[in-house]
Design a protein around this ligand. Structure first.
Ligand SMILES: [Zn+2]
Length: 869
């Protein structure tokens, strides 16, 4: 699955759930001894009644003769279960989501065929076989990962119990259906007004990767390496599917070469669903998407919007090999699937569109992940997960971001081609089967003859982030110390945890890498190598924070723009800010670094630097400080913005981004000229809903709307509200929803809150509005009061993960009073599976209180000093 696109968009403080504190979970695994080999499924959904009937046969083998067979089923009503001439009685265990069939006589060891008739419901919870709605009609669609195939068909619903599938759907004559493989028969009946679609037999695959989608989808199509590719949507959005096809054509060919194993399915479909919980889902041959992650207007969309679609497409397609063809043995190794797809998702697109600057995005993601993993309540990459609740909690920033970053570090250490060959060997050895973490790192170790097993094992089984503390360089060596890094100052005392850590020193040619062991107290530096500047994280791919001595740091800053790459500069800025948060530096030191880098020509570097200034503004500064800080930002950055000039045709993307970034920064700092320009651009944008005006730069226009809505009045609010209700372009609709949450006038904030919980906003999206309002310093208090007073309405909008995300967003508070309110409110108003998230949010609030109390005096001092200059 992809979560990232959603998270990146909302700039959420992603909170990790940990499993350490859970009480011993009731084991919910199937008893074993039963091996499913083939499912034959015929499903008849009734879209108006929101129900379905199912006819299923399962071919399986029994290890020993048995009278009973236990499998998974939830919300299923069994009509009959037979094997040969025997009819079983069925007992259900709702808590375990299991059904046990009891036959009068023993079934023999060896081959057995079960025949099952049942009914189920098309639910509204965006999981299992569920109903998705538009104004025009209903759709019946599926989302099974991790444990919801059992809601659509009784099954041995564990990833290692792979089988082949024959799937048939009986649907209305005017409708169509899409499933994992190609359509092989379409026959009228079995009753008037229906037709039956039969799909080709699938390869061996896990239950959670099965998909079937019913409705009036329309598709655009393409082809790559002989494989037909389609991108599909509801009929009104067909025009928005072309860019996804174009991306997938490039990516499929790229992956065929990269993996050295050809895409195995007869076709690839990608389908946008109006209601969808995650970002996207990698069902084998039939990938499903949230509309905003697949649909984009190839002619008018901004580059960031296209990047988002291409990256999600690349993530899900990577899973077709890594996840679908070769699957983790059990959910404790979910990181193998998700870490790999996260690491891989920018690789083909960066090759396809080098000017879109993906290495900088990867560096920014790494910085965010390091912060997330530097809280005391983080978890290890591999963690125990037995119940559906625990398994769902595994889909977090550790399984995605951290695991992906650790793979990126290993690739940087081994070299691209050596790592690629290791990936190929691993996949080739486990095709259509399952594998563990050890299988992966053993394959990499055998191929490279380097200690990948030691590196990966230490990062997969130890929690948190290494800190590399350097001393002054001596002849041919730099003394070092390794420890565990925490963002909160008190947690840093006395931490001795160490890793097998690959450290790469930047040189004028190839980096020199060495794996540090706990015994190492120095990095050897050969005398004869050229050091452009001493940098201990070449390429910025290392999963660690670095603390330089003051003289080392000053030397790096002095040469940063020429000697370091943009990802290395992003790492430098990220390390510096993290060290300030941990008490090893001051806000003033950090702001001095930002001013030293203010002419950096790279938009992502400056964006990284300024994001932390926003953090100082919202989390550290008093109201008076904010006014002074804004004045300094205007003074420092206004000339740089002016020097960039107006947007020109065919400008590089990086320059567009830089202009928009400075524009937004100056807008937030209330620069009068920028506010006026933003207002004008916003008016022009709303007067041009069909993007006819080619002189409007889409990136700058988006920034203008961000600025203007933050200061917006009733008239503008009405326009944005109307845009949030217009389903024509899901990306524009979603942007409008986020922009609604920027208005600060209290009466407009109340309108936004009422709207978010009114049922007019899809359940998949309403949490986005609440979280954005909680994040904003100006709207936070009002939003929190509203949530408490209107809990029933708020709670009614929650899906599997959205309640947790609202709990998460309370982590943006920064006072002891609000922390205590959060604790007492959620003690009596429970949100499902949110206990760990709540303790992480409390951690974040405490961190902020600590940061503010220690750094606010320093900020005053720094601001005073600046005003005298
Ligand atoms: Zn994924």
């Amino acid at each position: 699955m992809s979560l990232k696109a959603v998270l990146r968009n909302t700039l959420l403080l992603l909170v990790v759930s940990t499993l350490a504190a859970t009480t011993a979970a009731q084991a919910q695994r199937l008893p074993g001894g039963v091996h499913p080999e083939h499912y034959s499924l015929t499903l008849t959904p009734v879209l108006q009644a929101a129900t379905f009937t199912g006819t299923e046969t399962i071919d399986l083998t029994l290890d020993t003769p048995s009278k009973t067979i236990t499998l998974n089923a939830a919300e299923i009503k069994f009509l009959s279960v037979t094997s040969g001439s025997q009819t079983a009685t069925v007992t259900l265990d709702g808590a375990k989501e299991q059904a046990t069939f009891i036959f009068p006589n023993e079934l023999p060891a060896g081959k057995v065929i079960l025949a099952i008739n049942y009914t189920g419901i098309l639910n509204d919870k965006l999981r299992g076989f569920y109903l998705s709605k538009t104004k025009a009609r209903n759709y019946a669609v599926t989302q099974f990962e991790p444990t919801d195939a059992r809601r659509a068909y009784p099954s041995f619903d564990e990833p290692a119990l792979k089988a082949t599938y024959d799937i048939s759907l009986v649907i209305d004559a005017a409708d169509t259906a899409i499933s994992n493989t190609n359509l092989i028969a379409d026959t009228p009946g079995p009753i008037a007004g229906k037709h039956t679609l039969k799909f080709a037999t699938t390869p061996k695959m896990s239950t959670y990767l099965v998909a079937f989608l019913v409705g009036d989808f329309k598709c655009s199509s393409g082809k790559s390496d002989g494989v037909p590719i389609r991108a599909c949507s509801t009929p009104d959005k067909l025009e928005l599917t072309k860019f996804a096809v174009e991306s997938a054509e490039y990516i499929l060919h790229y992956y065929n070469n990269y993996f050295g194993i050809r895409y195995p399915m007869p076709k690839l479909d990608m389908v946008a669903l109006p209601d969808f919980e995650a970002g996207a889902m990698e069902n084998f041959g039939c990938i499903t998407y949230r509309e905003t992650d697949l649909l984009v207007d190839s002619k008018t969309a901004s580059i960031p919007a296209k990047k988002r679609v291409a990256v999600v497409v690349a993530h899900e397609m990577a899973h077709q090999w890594f996840g679908d063809m070769v699957t983790m043995q059990w959910w404790d190794n979910l990181w193998l699937n998700e870490g790999f797809a996260t690491w891989m998702e920018t690789k083909p697109v960066a090759k396809w569109r080098p000017e879109w600057n993906f290495p900088q995005d990867d560096a920014q993601d790494l910085d965010n992940t390091l912060n997330l993993d530097s809280q005391p309540t983080t978890r290890t990459i591999r963690a125990k997960a037995e119940t559906p609740g625990e398994i769902n909690e595994m889909f977090d920033g550790i399984a995605y971001g951290k695991a992906g970053a650790v793979l990126g570090m290993v690739e940087n250490y081994l070299g691209e081609e050596t790592f690629r060959q290791g990936v190929h060997n691993y996949l080739q050895a486990h095709l259509y089967a399952n594998a563990t973490a050890e299988d992966f790192w053993n394959a990499q170790t055998a191929n490279s003859h380097q200690p990948v097993d030691k590196i990966m094992q230490s990062f997969v089984t130890k929690p948190g982030v290494p800190l590399l503390t350097l001393s002054e360089q001596q002849p041919s060596r730099v003394p070092i110390m390794q420890s565990r890094f925490f963002l909160s100052a008190p947690a840093n005392a006395g931490t001795t945890q160490q890793w097998a850590l690959p450290v790469c020193i930047k040189t004028t040619s190839k980096p020199i890498c060495r794996v540090l062991t706990p015994e190492d107290s120095a990095l050897p530096i050969p005398m004869d190598i050229g050091l452009p500047v001493f940098n201990a994280n070449a390429n910025g791919k290392g999963y660690y924070r670095t603390a330089y001595t003051p003289s080392q740091f000053n030397a790096i800053v002095a040469k940063a723009e020429t000697a370091l790459t943009p990802p290395e500069r992003i790492g430098l800025v990220g390390d510096r800010w993290a060290l300030v948060r941990s008490g090893q530096g001051t806000v003033g030191d950090y702001l001095n670094l930002v001013l030293a880098l203010k002419h950096d020509p790279n938009a992502a570097v400056l964006e990284s630097a300024l994001a932390k200034v926003t953090s100082i503004d919202t989390r550290v500064a008093s109201d008076d400080d904010r006014t002074q800080l804004a004045a300094i930002l205007r003074h420092e950055f206004s000339p740089i913005y002016t020097a960039l000039g107006q947007p020109a045709k065919n400008e590089p993307f990086d320059r567009q981004q830089l202009r928009a970034l400075l524009f937004e920064t100056l807008g937030a700092a209330k620069d009068p000229a920028v506010l006026a320009e933003a207002r004008q651009l916003t008016d022009r944008a709303f007067a041009d809903p069909n993007h006819k005006d080619k002189t409007l730069d889409p990136v700058l226009t988006d920034a203008a709307i961000v600025i203007t809505t933050a200061n917006g009045d009733d008239a503008l609010y009405e326009k944005v509200l109307a845009a949030s209700k217009d389903p024509k372009d899901p990306g524009a609709q979603s942007d409008a929803l986020r922009n609604l949450a920027r208005f600060r006038d209290p009466s407009l904030v109340t309108r936004t809150l009422d709207y978010a919980v009114s049922g007019q906003v899809r359940n998949q999206d309403s949490w986005i509005v609440l979280a954005a309002l909680l994040r904003n310093r100006e709207t936070r208090d009002q939003t929190w009061s509203y949530i408490q007073q209107n809990w029933d309405k708020v709670h009614a909008q929650f899906t599997t993960s959205s309640g947790v995300r609202v709990v998460n967003a309370t982590g943006f508070f920064c006072t002891a009073g609000q922390r205590d309110e959060v604790i007492s409110f959620f003690a009596t108003h429970k949100v499902d599976a949110s206990e760990r998230t709540l303790s992480k949010a409390i951690d974040s609030i405490n961190d902020c209180i600590h940061l503010q109390s220690t750094q606010q005096p320093n900020l005053h001092q720094w601001l005073e000093l600046q005003s005298k200059q």
